[in-house]
Design a protein. Structure first.
Length: 299
């Protein structure tokens, strides 16, 4: 393995030690899958992204994502972190304002949003959203995520949604209930594994000032008790709101500002665009990032 450059990037924030931390390894072409998993385990961050050359004619990089314990097909915050790193530390802005990543779920284009010559945000277009029915007792889900059945918001259906990974979306009445949630981690992990669920995602419209929605995300099935600020799950949430006609009708574009991470002292902000001008909703998730640590791993 020799010397491998490794970065710690906090995504969906400009502040160090906030948002969601991701490991980014920008030159991973010589690493084996076993080495990638070992590096992700050593970094012990929610996810780490490994960039390598791609054979796809439309892609700039192949990207693979690993939690400390398993490979993940798609990770939103690590994609944001990777794009931000390439733009700010690896000279990509000299080449263009767009990066296309080849992932296990398809191509993910990322736009570098500039203002007065400075990078403001990176915006990824996620794959086509989908929703599925979930045949599970609502009271049991409430128990597993550590809230009461009365905390559930009956105005919204509990469903599975995806823009790459499958997430269980749990509507909650208040931010207070979300912040107070104390999930049964091992039991929730078992339920998620049994149903092919990557994360369980709590959401409410009772959001702090400046936000439209407030969320919290638990992912014990993939080795992450709580994911601080989740690009994939919030993209799936936006797709669910569109497909269930809970947000807006066809022919419109809607902007959402979503807050997450406040409950665990790592607040972050996601800027989500739900584009319904075409036949199917298009979900774009944008955010900032901060490169907090740069170094080398020796092996």
């Amino acid at each position: 393995m020799n010397h491998v450059s490794v970065y710690h990037v906090d995504a969906f924030t400009r502040e160090p030690f906030a948002g969601n931390p991701a490991g980014v390894i920008p030159e991973a072409g010589t690493l084996t899958l076993q080495q990638m998993q070992k590096i992700a385990n050593e970094l012990n961050l929610p996810e780490s992204a490994f960039l390598m050359p791609s054979d796809h004619p439309e892609a700039d990089f192949r990207i693979r994502y690993f939690s400390p314990s398993v490979e993940i097909d798609f990770c939103g915050h690590a994609t944001v972190g990777s794009a931000w790193l390439l733009a700010t530390e690896r000279g990509w802005l000299e080449k263009g304002s767009r990066i296309v990543f080849e992932t296990n779920v398809g191509l993910i284009p990322v736009q570098l949003v500039m203002e007065d010559g400075q990078l403001q945000r990176v915006e990824m277009t996620q794959i086509k959203p989908s929703v599925k029915e979930f045949d599970f007792d609502r009271e049991e889900v409430a128990r597993l995520v550590g809230i009461t059945p009365a905390d559930l918001d009956d105005r919204y259906p509990m469903k599975l949604a995806s823009t790459g990974n499958m997430h269980l979306l749990v509507p909650v009445r208040t931010r207070q209930a979300i912040d107070a949630a104390q999930p049964l981690i091992s039991t929730l992990a078992e339920m998620n594994r049994d149903h092919g669920i990557t994360t369980t995602h709590l959401f409410t419209w009772d959001a702090p000032e400046g936000y439209d929605l407030y969320t919290r995300d638990f992912a014990p099935a993939i080795g992450i008790a709580e994911d601080p600020v989740t690009g994939a799950a919030n993209g799936a949430l936006a797709g669910y709101l569109a497909l269930e006609e809970l947000l807006l009708s066809a022919g419109q574009v809607h902007q959402l500002v979503i807050g997450q991470g406040h409950a665990i002292g790592r607040p972050g902000t996601l800027y989500v665009t739900v584009d319904r001008l075409g036949e199917s909703p298009v979900i774009r998730v944008a955010g900032e990032a901060n490169v907090t640590i740069a170094g080398q791993m020796r092996g």
